[in-house]
Design a binder for this molecule. Structure first.
Ligand code: CP3
Length: 355
């Protein structure tokens, strides 16, 4: 399986747009497109825990393909989670229904030295195996995204032990233990770079870094702690890809980027995904020369709206972005109570836009 050549990519809209080329139609995919809103996924979850699906390449591949069979989305994203990295570092992560992820032994400044960094990428090889298998099963239909969490977002979950309204425990490190915070995020940035390179070598055709907890910081804190790490990952990944003679586009999703929209094209990523609180026109206006592809950003709640209204909102968003260098997505992952029909309406409305 490892050495067999991958099937030729048929629908390359996303790759084209990521590189600044013009596609035949606007590309669209959605974060969490293989999640709980789909009955086929719920069926798969009845007999398997969340992390069992992640860790079993056959099951992860099956979950990845569910939305591809149902909708005309222009990309697949490997079924996994950002928290498989803390797990591979030795932390105990559970997915608790109705609660979300729970880390039973959250990180403290004292326990940092216990993280099992040695061999971490080989303990994540199952993600690479799932990617290789999925590339073959996709048969070139659409490109496959790999992904990882950004250092700040991973640190938030590792220190908080789960989701939090304020991320105040993680922020406390920035004020009280700045050296430990920097040390942890430096370490995570290196791991994430190696992890994404492993995913690319395994067959990922584009990779996305998720920095979802940025809304808890301001410009000063994010410029000091988060941004340099994001930039480092992109530049190191690009030089490592060059050394291996592979080239795939890099994407980043930042939730809460409103305070540095003007800098989004200087992060070193080909694609920058914004959340729904930033108006597309404003983002476009801040990035005059736009040498970056924007991705986003419909409010996931817009999928609750009546069909006609939803189509109207999709059209308005696209008009506001402009169709040049645009990958359509939601401004965050699709919610579990979304009607799959609304998802279909969203995807079809994007493809109906004439370029
Ligand atoms: O389809 C895809 O986008 C690929 C798979 C994917 C998942 N999580 C699967 C998942 C991706 C890209 C993620 C990213 C992720 N995971 C992020 C960053 C992006 C974001 O959405 O904020 C974060 C912060 C996590 C951590 C995480 N995992 C949380 C906070 C939760 C609970 C969220 C909720 O709505 O309850 C998860 C659970 C999760 N990750 C599910 C899925 C399909 C649902 C798990 C289940 O079946 O019970």
């Amino acid at each position: 399986m490892q050495n067999k050549p991958f099937p030729k990519l048929v629908n390359d809209r996303i790759i084209k747009v990521a590189k600044g080329e013009t596609p035949d139609k606007l590309p669209v995919w959605v974060m969490r497109q293989a999640g709980r809103y789909l009955p086929e996924y719920q069926e798969l979850r009845k007999n398997n825990s969340f992390f069992d699906i992640c860790q079993n390449p056959e099951l992860a591949c099956e979950a990845t393909l569910i939305p591809i069979r149902r909708f005309k989305v222009d990309a697949a994203i490997i079924f996994s989670d950002i928290l498989v990295v803390p797990q591979a570092l030795g932390m105990k992560v559970k997915m608790v229904p109705g609660v979300g992820p729970v880390i039973t032994d959250p990180l403290t400044v004292e326990s940092m030295t216990k993280l099992n960094v040695e061999g971490v990428i080989s303990r994540l090889q199952y993600v690479g195996d799932a990617i290789t298998l999925t590339r073959h099963r996709l048969n070139g239909e659409v490109p496959l995204f790999g992904f990882a969490g950004a250092p700040w977002t991973l640190m938030c979950y590792m220190v908080e032990g789960g989701t939090s309204k304020t991320m105040s425990k993680a922020k406390k490190w920035l004020y009280c233990h700045p050296d430990a915070a920097t040390q942890l995020m430096d370490m995570l940035a290196e791991i994430i770079t190696d992890y994404l390179l492993m995913q690319i070598k395994s067959g990922a055709q584009i990779v996305q870094v998720f920095d979802t907890c940025v809304e808890h910081l301001d410009r000063e804190l994010y410029s000091k702690y988060g941004l340099p790490q994001l930039k480092r990952i992109a530049s190191n990944l690009k030089s490592q890809m060059k050394a291996c003679k592979i080239e795939v586009p890099l994407a980043v999703y930042i939730k809460g980027a409103h305070f540095f929209v003007d800098e989004l094209d200087s992060l070193g990523y080909d694609v920058v995904s914004i959340d729904w609180t930033i108006s597309p026109g404003y983002a476009g206006g801040c990035l005059h020369d736009k040498n970056v592809t924007l991705q986003g950003n419909l409010d996931p709640c817009a999928l609750y709206a009546p069909k006609e209204k939803l189509i109207e909102m999709v059209e308005r968003m696209i008009a506001d972005f402009g169709t040049r260098r645009l990958i359509v997505n939601l401004g965050h992952g699709v919610y579990p109570d979304t009607d799959p029909e609304a998802f279909k309406t969203f995807v079809d409305a994007v493809h109906a836009v004439r370029l």
